[in-house]
Design a protein around this ligand. Structure first.
Ligand SMILES: [Zn+2]
Length: 230
């Protein structure tokens, strides 16, 4: 007879990420695994109170520690103490061709710009694409920044932040995607909801909504700026 442990429910994973401030409770790294403090072989469960979000590097350390120490890390997660998330996005992308809000941007270093502030930009360094983003809210406050693949935001400004291999998603609320980078397929997709001067820019998977209009199936190539606003 074969037996496979069921997958962890996604709501449990999210609860553990939120409790941990979207990073490993020990070191803050945003790529997470979900560790059972009360081990599965002792009691099969998905109880958030007896699980903890850790990174792949720290997971082994947790296996060696007593439960009191594990609960201690869980209760004072690094990111919660710092009040912010800081982490490097991990992906392998060797060109700067992106599908942003359903439109294609090929070798266009500034993809969307508001006045002289780039909202989404990219460049190549050592054969790797580096993405930068400035996400403002409707009041013009910067709520999430990606600086050459380094993400920073204050804990309270996002509801969820999930990193998987070649995918990063920041949500400002349930079903509210603030930013999604999906580089898991040859189409490197960027989606999200941006604000520029009180105006909302919706980057859907298939199209972009901007200033009451819709832009879809455009291909911008070898320009300096893809979409200029203001
Ligand atoms: Zn860690």
């Amino acid at each position: 007879m074969s037996y496979r442990r069921p997958a962890i429910p996604s709501a449990v994973e999210r609860e553990l990420r939120q409790e941990a401030g979207f990073g490993c409770v020990r070191c803050g790294h945003p790529y997470l695994e979900y560790h059972h403090i009360v081990p599965w072989h002792e009691e099969p469960h998905f109880r958030p109170a007896d699980m903890v979000a850790v990174c792949g590097n720290c997971h082994g350390f947790f296996e060696t520690q007593g439960r009191d120490r594990q609960y201690g890390f869980k209760a004072s997660a690094k990111n919660m103490r710092d009040g912010e998330v800081k982490g490097k996005l991990e992906y392998d992308k060797r060109d700067i061709v992106f599908r942003v809000g359903g439109n294609w941007f090929e070798n266009t270093p500034t993809i969307i710009q508001f006045r002289d502030v780039p909202l989404i930009s990219c460049r190549l360094r050592d054969d790797q694409a580096l993405v930068s983003m400035n996400l403002f809210n409707q009041y013009g406050r910067l709520v999430l920044q990606v600086k050459e693949s380094e993400v920073t935001f204050r804990i309270g400004d996002m509801w969820d932040f999930e990193c998987r291999r070649n995918v990063a998603i920041a949500r400002s609320g349930p079903r509210e995607i603030a930013m999604k980078l999906d580089f898991s397929e040859p189409d490197a997709k960027i989606e999200g909801r941006l604000w520029a001067g009180g105006q909302q820019i919706l980057l859907h998977p298939e199209h972009t909504n901007l200033a009451g209009g819709t832009i879809r199936n455009c291909r911008m190539r070898n320009g300096r700026v893809g979409i200029q606003i203001g």
